[in-house]
Write a protein that binds this ligand. Structure first.
Ligand code: HEM
Length: 122
């Protein structure tokens, strides 16, 4: 039996407008349930890699944001194109292909990335 954490985490009985990207929902005096309650599963099926996965995702997102400015592409009408939250895949869902701008925050960032790629397997 395979549980579907994604189903739990998009339950409109638990989350207001579950498909809307709104990190504010987890803040303030009455936050909605934190996704970590479910996304690593729970009970005897809980993921033994929870802490490694959690810190790995955190450090990779932090490093990416520190090095790059990510912003929406501007459409022909002059308005930003905001990617949808639609996904592909089932058990392991990933975002549908989308466009955005990724710009190094400082000129030395591309050099750091090139050095890393030259010394590590892709
Ligand atoms: C963001 C990253 C991760 C997510 C979202 C995740 C999520 C999950 C979930 C939902 C399950 C339960 C599947 C089921 O119902 O049987 C699971 C199981 C498992 N995970 Fe992870 N996991 C992640 C990363 C990792 C890492 C980094 C490791 C190891 C270093 C790991 C090792 C395992 C193992 C061995 C199981 C099977 C546990 C068992 O059934 O005894 N996972 N994971």
């Amino acid at each position: 039996m395979l549980r579907r954490p994604r189903k739990f985490l998009h339950d409109p009985a638990v989350y207001k407008d579950p498909m809307v990207f709104n990190p504010d929902r987890f803040m303030g005096p009455n936050p909605e349930m934190h996704p970590a309650e479910y996304f690593f599963d729970f009970g005897r099926r809980v993921c033994p890699g929870t802490h490694l996965a959690d810190v790995s995702v955190w450090i990779n997102v932090a490093k990416s944001i520190a090095g790059f400015q990510v912003s929406p592409t501007i459409g022909p009408d002059g308005k930003p194109i905001i990617p949808s939250v639609e996904t592909v895949g089932d058990v392991i869902a990933r975002p549908k292909p989308f466009v955005c701008n990724v710009k190094p925050r400082t000129p030395h960032i591309p050099k750091i990335v090139a050095e890393y790629l030259a010394t590590h397997d892709a």
